[in-house]
Design a protein around this ligand. Structure first.
Ligand code: AOF
Ligand code: ZN
Length: 363
């Protein structure tokens, strides 16, 4: 049966094919920034005849790969795309023209592109060419897929997420649960979703690899905060993906520089400077990871809350009874987060821990 909605005709299997688009899009997780992740499926007579996804900024868009895959079968077919097809010449030519040229009959769009140079113009172009367009199928899923891209497009600021781990007796923990840093673990998966991670410099002293023991393909850019005294981070394999912000001259700065690590000394390490750095580098999403010395990161978190730049929280509870007598940092953290309003809470069991995610509700 058909349901007529304002944004086009929704057919029975539209949701199914759109979910397939999202699965395809996620194959490029961590690789597309500053571009969104996009998947596309071409369907003819109830069969998928072409599939594609956008692999990386500068490379062709999802529609182009799917149309190539479908070949002549694209004629009179339906194209499903998780994001509105673009109608502009960017690094690549417009997808609308490719779809029109391939003579598809119908296009189903997950969500309109928030990019102001596209924003509904892609849909208008397709409709002007006589193609039936349906908008908003599995829209929530498509929006979630690109939550940081959407945020960056609408605000011009990186998407900022706070992450921390708690013991059962309510202490902040530096360590992570067994297996979570290995490929497939929650932490390893989380890292792939972020362009950058902010870490305390003291972590690099405690752990040989502060982020992931088994590095997956897409390690985020590491932003290390080294407050007085300046710790020297352990050098990772990919040193080019690290910057150190310190509030005192670093004696070994020249040595770090030779290893490809940039160091920036600020009298006062502030979030604004860090987020401006992220914008300049095209880093659209940042994970503020409260591990290591709480003092290094406390001011950044306070600023993130005061300036309403925090978008999401990821909190892990581990079955540890922490006897380190180190509960003060949690008291400080609680003081900061108690004013927050968090909605859409979701929890999942990961190996031995419970991970809860939620989105900030800004007043
Ligand atoms: C699509 N399909 O797969 C993607 C789209 O510089 P370009 O040419 O790659 O253009 C980037 C913009 O195109 C990006 O900001 C977003 O608006 C759109 N991305 N559009 O039709 C895709 N990745
Ligand atoms: Zn495009």
């Amino acid at each position: 049966g058909l349901v007529r909605v304002r944004c086009g005709v929704v057919e029975d299997d539209d949701g199914f094919y759109m979910r397939r688009c999202v699965v395809l899009a996620r194959r490029a997780i961590g690789c597309t920034s500053p571009n969104p992740m996009v998947g596309c499926v071409i369907v003819k007579d109830g069969k998928i005849v072409g599939e594609g996804f956008h692999p990386k900024a500068g490379q062709p868009h999802a529609e182009v790969f799917a149309l190539r895959d479908a070949g002549d079968l694209a004629e009179n077919a339906t194209a499903y795309v998780s994001l509105e097809p673009c109608n502009h010449y960017g690094r690549t030519p417009p997808c609308t023209e490719a779809l029109i040229k391939a003579k598809v009959k119908r296009v189903v769009v997950g969500m309109v592109d928030p990019n102001p140079i596209v924003a509904s113009k892609g849909v208008d172009r397709l409709r002007d060419a006589g193609i039936h367009v349906t908008i908003g199928v599995e829209e929530e899923l498509c929006k979630r897929l690109n939550e940081s891209y959407i945020h960056q497009m609408l605000t011009g600021k990186p998407f900022v997420t706070l992450r921390y781990s708690l013991s059962v007796n309510g202490h902040l923990l530096d360590q992570l649960g067994e297996g979570v840093t290995e490929a497939g673990g929650y932490y390893s998966n989380l890292l792939q979703e972020y362009d950058a991670i902010i870490l305390s410099g003291s972590l690099t002293e405690k752990f040989s690899s502060p982020i992931s023991r088994e590095p997956c393909a897409n390690q985020p850019f590491q932003i290390v905060i080294a407050s007085n005294p300046c710790q020297l981070p352990a050098i990772t394999k990919d040193a080019s993906k690290m910057i150190i912000f310190a509030d005192k001259e670093i004696a070994t700065a020249a040595d770090l520089g030779r290893k490809g690590i940039e160091t920036v000394v600020l009298d006062r390490i502030d979030l604004t400077s860090i987020l401006e750095y992220c914008n300049r580098q095209g880093l659209c999403s940042v994970l503020l990871d409260m591990r290591g010395s709480f003092g290094d990161l406390e001011r950044l978190l306070r600023e993130a809350i005061e300036q309403n730049v925090l978008q999401k929280i990821v909190l892990e509870v581990l079955p540890f009874w922490d006897e380190s007598n180190d509960g003060e940092s949690l008291v400080a953290l609680s003081g900061l987060v108690k004013r927050l309003k968090v909605k859409n809470l979701q929890s999942k069991i990961s190996n031995q821990s419970i991970v809860v995610e939620g989105y900030l509700q800004h007043r």
